[in-house]
Design a protein around this ligand. Structure first.
Ligand code: BG6
Length: 487
């Protein structure tokens, strides 16, 4: 099945922080892939903006480098790359000063879609927003794109929202959570709301519990200083895992429209119960010989006394009719056994089993794999083939998205390219609304304040493991078990 490419309107996309790491790794290669797919109109322009003095050619060389580093060789012949680079421009702009703004005003067009990507530190958001206005660059329909971290607590998130609101309306602000751009994450909505099959079972009466796992093999080396001020709770749970939880738990929106979807997600966040201290396990990876001599978390963070968590597992409860009594177990961490992200919806036992344990009964599980090998598996019980009585066995109804769609995995668009195209189209469904972000912080803040006040220390875990031992207990004591972390 060849995916359909729906062309977008002509646009000027200005990337502040255009020479930075995110632009190089994600934004520019993503735009190149959209260009390859034929989605970029002839007169679309990508305008890098950063402090460094450089001309168009200098920036094009940087873009060409990024493409050759992050795009497979067969997809970047010289001619195609040259055509793509024809769309690329550069303006040197000082976010905190006046240099470059009149140049930018001259180059950015008023009669096309305008998008301004703030791929810079949040401390600069206010400066950029104010100057875009003062210099008459951003028209009334202009869109701005901002990255996480969107604040580090409720207060700072509110301040950021207020700053942006001075110059842009909520309908112009696109807060990126790149997890919402992942193919499987969007598929969650399709699976839930385009099939009659699941909805009748999608509640506390039939779902025993839900597990959301985002496991990474990388450590925090290289960005230890940033990470140490945030930790897994702020870096992953408050945003990415929260969004996954919302998509699983939300009520069907009345239509697939940005505010209808976000209203329903917001209700879930507001219904989250406070998490009890013994429903949280925090961990820090160790170093040393078992880690093959690799540095420990505190070495990566360059703070021997750091109490920041590189792993967190928690049991979360949603206080509403649909989910009362069905726990959601969340866990995420660095330097774990495998890079594997999965949502598992574990169903309850049949009301009355005519088969016993000895016949091998297991619960049904709907597993949604975010990465790698994106896809879904529904485990069902069948009779083991052959004579010799009734023995049950579990078989997967397995759907690999890459196989089902007839694409090799590399053709599934990356989260960033999809989200950028949504910005150009003016579709905010997959972006976080200001009140959603604030509600997520309102839930997160007291949890963090709680462990800080108690002076809790994270538990050590070995790199390559599944996390701290105590995390096992979190589910064992409820008579459940974590699913294995594997690719
Ligand atoms: C980022 C976090 O938002 O997401 C990183 O800041 C994390 O710490 C990354 O590694 C994970 O993203 P992905 O797409 O690789 O799962």
């Amino acid at each position: 099945m060849v995916s359909r490419v729906i062309p977008v309107d002509p646009f000027d996309l200005v990337i502040f922080g255009g020479t930075g790491d995110l632009a190089r790794r994600k934004i520019l290669p993503g735009l190149y892939r959209r260009f390859l797919a034929g989605q970029m109109p002839d007169d679309a322009r990508i305008i890098g903006a950063a402090r460094g003095e450089m001309d168009d050619e200098g920036f094009r060389a940087l873009v060409a480098d990024a493409v050759s580093e992050f795009i497979a060789e067969g997809k970047r012949d010289g001619e195609t790359l040259a055509r793509f680079l024809g769309h690329v421009h550069y303006v040197a702009v000082d976010a905190k000063g006046e240099a470059g703004w009149t140049d930018l005003a001259r180059i950015v067009r008023k009669d096309v879609v305008q998008a301004f990507y703030f791929s810079v530190a949040p401390a600069l958001f206010g400066d950029l927003a104010e100057r875009l206005h003062r210099h008459g660059i951003a028209g009334p329909e202009a869109r701005i794109v901002v990255e996480k971290p969107f604040g580090r607590d409720l207060e700072s998130a509110k301040a950021l929202n207020a700053t942006l609101a001075e110059h842009f309306s909520e309908g112009q602000i696109y807060r990126i959570d790149h997890y919402l751009g992942k193919e499987t994450v969007q598929n969650l909505m399709a699976v839930r709301f385009a099939n009659i099959l699941f909805e009748p079972l999608w509640n506390a009466r039939h779902v025993d519990h839900v597990q959301i796992t985002v496991a990474e093999t990388v450590g925090v080396g290289g960005r230890g200083a940033y990470y140490d001020r945030s930790g897994a709770m702020r870096d992953m749970v408050q945003n990415h895992l929260m969004q996954l939880l919302c998509l699983i738990a939300m009520e069907p929106p009345y239509r697939f429209d940005p505010d209808a979807v976000r209203d329903e997600k917001l209700k879930v966040i507001r219904a989250l119960q406070e998490v009890r201290p013994d429903d949280i396990v925090r961990g820090q990876y160790r170093g040393g010989p078992k880690a093959g001599g690799a540095p420990s978390y505190v070495e990566d963070a360059e703070d021997p006394a750091s109490r920041t968590e590189s792993y967190i597992a928690m049991k979360v409860q949603i206080a509403n009719w649909r989910w009362k009594g069905t726990p959601f177990y969340l866990r995420t961490g660095k330097k774990l056994r495998a890079r594997a992200s999965e949502i598992a919806v574990v169903f309850k036992e049949v009301p009355h089993s005519i088969f016993g344990e000895e016949e091998g009964w297991r619960e049904n599980v709907l597993s949604i794999r975010l990465q790698p090998n994106e896809g879904m598996t529904l485990s069902v019980m069948i009779k083991e083939p052959g004579p010799g009585g009734m023995r049950l066995t579990e078989v997967p109804l397995d759907m690999s998205f890459a196989e089902a769609l007839g694409e090799d995995g590399t053709d599934i668009p990356d989260a960033y390219e999809r989200l950028i195209m949504d910005v150009i189209r003016g579709n905010q469904t997959l972006f976080m609304r200001g009140d959603e972000v604030e509600a997520a912080w309102a839930w997160t803040d007291p949890i963090i304040a709680g462990w800080e006040a108690r002076g809790d220390r994270p538990k050590g875990y070995d790199p390559g493991s599944s996390g701290p031992e105590d995390a096992l207990m979190l589910v064992h004591r409820d008579g459940r078990r974590w699913r294995e972390i594997r690719e």
